[in-house]
Design a protein. Structure first.
Length: 346
């Protein structure tokens, strides 16, 4: 499922850049919201099963996302002039004009933007402190900052959910985060907390204990997310509901979906989905800038940019997964194991 959603993001950005106006594809932020619910589901399950100390847990999570993120961030910062040339040459749509403004903001105050991006803190910066900080340099990484915030808070949330008398504390803290969300961008945890909560409750429901109660909580949080973000929120929630039902309970009508998502081709795309998500803008704006330098426009430019984005994204993602993402993840796992073993050895 992660692979499918990653390619929805790629195709959505391609459509928006070339002004194809594809109705649902253009709303690729909905794909990111499927990622968010999936993250809540997966991390909640991992915390429940492993019961490991915080330091090994956060070490594994940091090595899962940070090394590749930092590599792509540095490349993207170096290519800011290329980004500017690309967006200025592409159709003057509202989205492309926004991207021009984002590049100019980054170039005008690059040290400040790098200072918040390097520690993945761009989602924690209020609008008034550094405007559009979550979306400059490496725009799609707003959700990576969001993910890191969730990693930090998830163990506390799972601790609170283990006893009913702690849930009031969790509810108050969550309400505060949601209430201050409007002062921040979409990359702030409070603005997507309900979606993470849907995933957490779905994970608890999959465990078999008090299933009906957890499903009811997931549905209540889903309704809150629709109220918070609008009716389009129904689509990612419906998608994740179908996928989880097909995967966990395998009702007969959904078995073909489970087989499709569990097939080798989509499993491979899921494996490299994080790399796909992070690197795809580089071939997009790189090819668009190349077309601008060659004086290409019209259908020829659209075809070249589309082919370069799709083919280039896949090839780059294969390389970054093999040489950066996978080795870093394996190293983080080994390091976390050593941390867990150290007290026993002493």
């Amino acid at each position: 499922m992660r692979g499918v959603m990653a390619w929805w993001v790629v195709l959505g950005h391609l459509s928006l850049a070339l002004d194809w106006q594809l109705p649902v594809v253009d709303r690729n932020g909905l794909a990111v919201e499927v990622f968010i619910v999936l993250s809540g589901f997966v991390i909640a399950g991992l915390i429940d099963r492993r019961s490991e100390p915080f330091l090994p847990y956060i070490t594994r999570r940091a090595f899962r996302i940070a090394p590749l993120y930092l590599a792509v961030l540095l490349v993207s910062a170096a290519l800011l002039p290329v980004q500017l040339a690309a967006w200025e040459a592409l159709p003057a749509t509202a989205r492309n004009l926004d991207r021009i403004e984002l590049v100019r903001l980054a170039l005008a105050n690059l040290p400040a933007h790098m200072a918040v991006h390097l520690p993945l803190a761009q989602g924690l910066v209020p609008h008034r402190v550094l405007p559009e900080a979550a979306f400059t340099i490496l725009g799609q990484a707003w959700s990576i900052s969001l993910e890191m915030q969730f990693y930090l808070l998830a163990p506390l949330a799972m601790w609170a959910l283990r006893k009913w008398d702690r849930i009031a504390l969790l509810a108050v803290g969550s309400a505060v985060l949601v209430a201050i969300g409007p002062y921040f961008s979409a990359g702030f945890i409070g603005n997507k907390l309900l979606l993470f909560g849907v995933g957490i409750c779905a994970s608890k429901a999959s465990g078999g204990n008090a299933r009906g109660r957890w499903l009811a909580a997931a549905m209540a949080l889903a309704a809150g997310a629709v109220w918070q973000d609008g009716p389009w929120e129904v689509l990612p929630l419906a998608i994740i509901g179908l996928v989880l039902a097909a995967s966990l309970w395998e009702p007969a009508p959904l078995r073909p979906l489970a087989r499709l998502l569990g097939g080798q081709a989509l499993a491979h795309q899921g494996e490299i989905s994080y790399s796909t998500y992070l690197v795809h803008m580089i071939p997009l704006y790189g090819s668009a800038a190349l077309c601008a330098s060659l004086g290409m426009g019209g259908a020829g430019r659209a075809a070249l940019v589309a082919l370069a984005t799709i083919g280039g994204t896949y090839l780059i993602a294969l390389g970054t997964y093999r040489w950066i993402e996978h080795p870093a993840r394996e190293y983080g796992t080994r390091l976390a194991r050593r941390m867990r073993a150290a007290p026993k050895a002493s």
